[in-house]
Ligand binder design. Structure first.
Ligand code: AMP
Ligand code: MG
Length: 434
């Protein structure tokens, strides 16, 4: 096992430009030459030196145009994606900064020639969970890391396939694989599913109870109206929201977590529910990945991120995590994530649209059918599990901070809020900030 080397890496939670993603950058910028690396479908397609001789160029790739400018900055000129998050992301020019167009699977990174070993032992993927997934490793040889990154990619692809409500690709013809989309399309009925899907749904039901009914994955029909609303920038009618929410009775979702025939589990919809696991699936998937890698790679430390959900594996106990400023791309505060812990952030800046000066974000209060409005800009939760951190960041958005802190602490979690005023509220045991 190698000695742990301090790597000046920060990880930004809920980074705006990546749509609930993250941003690694070096706290102390390197001295080396800078390059813009452009990845398409996780393959590096271009590496362009950002030196004084550079003349402007525009790279057309995967439905977008990326400008690598003579002044050393890089930005998306345009893209045919629905959300335009990449274009709104503006310019990047410093070592470690990233921009992504998740729908088109494009990733742009600025890297330095002296980034060293730490650079090589990182990988990012754009094809899964509608966000950017990343891993950093300490204590692994390069060749082993490259094999590991391949298996992570395979695992992410399988989990994404199972949990997606938009993607059909897991239901290959004749393969009899059932994912969340297939259950939603099928409606009332009994489904034989992969244990990883059944167990996640079982946890989701538990999450409903733990969050006192705030996080309800059976509200899929109502959440779908808001999904369309964000794309069309139009508020759904209150009548439509009410009707859609009325169909969200989670007691009509029955999950059997004992294996049946072929090792498959049974999920039953006793009504025409539509499920949306967006509030919890990434955290649950993160735990499954981390627990399996902890056993398979003893002596290695990993930091794995699925969008705004991050968990540390192994003994390294000084991962520095940055909490994004709700109004920009900078760091609001940073803290050290203890070994083995999981952290997540939910923010009103991740997915939203604005109309007449008002922001409509993506966490929908089941009591009002409208975006939750408790004066909160972001909630960051540290706990022992990715699933709990993910559940709680969403749940705590839907209650006053005093209540949220009590709920979190009852469940062994610590919280950091940024409020509308940009003032902060924290639970006593949250790691200290810089
Ligand atoms: P997160 O980013 O983890 O806070 O999760 C937000 C996502 O969860 C949204 O994009 C929706 O898909 C889903 N969601 C929003 N409100 C709720 C709710 N009240 N119950 C369950 N899921 C929700
Ligand atoms: Mg969540």
């Amino acid at each position: 096992m190698k000695a742990f080397r301090r790597i000046d890496l920060w990880v930004i939670l809920g980074f705006l430009l990546l749509a609930a993603g993250l941003w690694f950058f070096r706290a102390a910028p390197g001295e080396g030459a800078l390059y813009a690396e452009i990845y398409y479908k996780d393959e590096r397609i271009h590496r362009i030196a950002l030196d004084a001789e550079l003349s402007d160029q525009v790279i057309e790739l995967g439905g977008a145009a990326i400008r690598v400018s003579g002044d050393g900055s890089v930005f998306f000129l345009h893209s045919d994606c629905p959300d335009q998050i990449c274009v709104h992301g503006g310019k990047i020019s410093a070592d470690g900064q990233m921009l992504a167009c998740v729908p088109n699977r494009l990733l742009v990174k600025i890297v330095s020639s002296d980034s060293g070993e730490g650079e090589k032992l990182r990988a990012s993927f754009t094809g899964y969970f509608d966000t950017v997934s990343s891993v950093i490793s300490v204590g692994m040889e390069e060749e082993a890391f490259s094999q590991f990154a391949k298996s992570l990619k395979r695992d992410l692809s399988e989990l994404h396939g199972l949990y997606s409500i938009y993607d059909d690709s897991a239901n290959e013809a004749g393969a009899k694989r059932v994912n969340l989309k297939a259950i939603n399309d099928g409606g009332e009925g009994v489904y034989r599913v992969d244990p990883r899907l059944a167990r996640m749904l079982y946890e989701a039901k538990r999450g409903y109870d733990l969050s006192e009914g705030k996080v309800n994955i059976a509200l899929g029909k109502m959440l779908a109206l808001w999904h369309t609303a964000r794309l069309e920038r139009k508020i759904p009618s209150s009548e439509a929201l009410k009707t859609a929410a009325a169909g969200g009775d989670i007691s009509k979702l029955i999950v059997h977590t004992e294996p049946g025939e072929n090792g498959l589990f049974t999920v039953e919809l006793q009504a025409d529910l539509r499920l949306d696991a967006g509030a919890i699936a990434k955290g649950y998937a993160l735990d499954m990945l981390c627990e399996s890698y902890r056993d398979r790679y003893p002596g290695v430390s990993l930091l794995i991120s699925l969008g705004g959900n991050i968990r540390a594996v192994g003994e390294k106990s000084d991962w520095r995590i940055g909490i994004q400023h709700p109004d920009g791309d900078g760091v609001f505060a940073s803290f050290i994530l203890p070994a083995g812990k999981a952290v997540a952030t939910s923010g009103d800046y991740e997915r939203y649209f604005e109309l007449d000066g008002k922001r409509y974000h993506h966490i929908i209060d089941p009591q009002t059918y409208m975006p939750a409005d408790y004066g909160i800009r972001s909630v960051t939760v540290v706990s022992d599990s990715g699933a709990l951190s993910d559940l709680l960041t969403t749940a705590l958005f839907m209650m006053p901070p005093e209540e949220g802190i009590k709920l979190a602490q009852r469940l062994g979690a610590e919280v950091f809020y940024i409020l509308d005023s940009l003032q902060t509220v924290t639970s006593d045991g949250f790691p200290s900030r810089e």
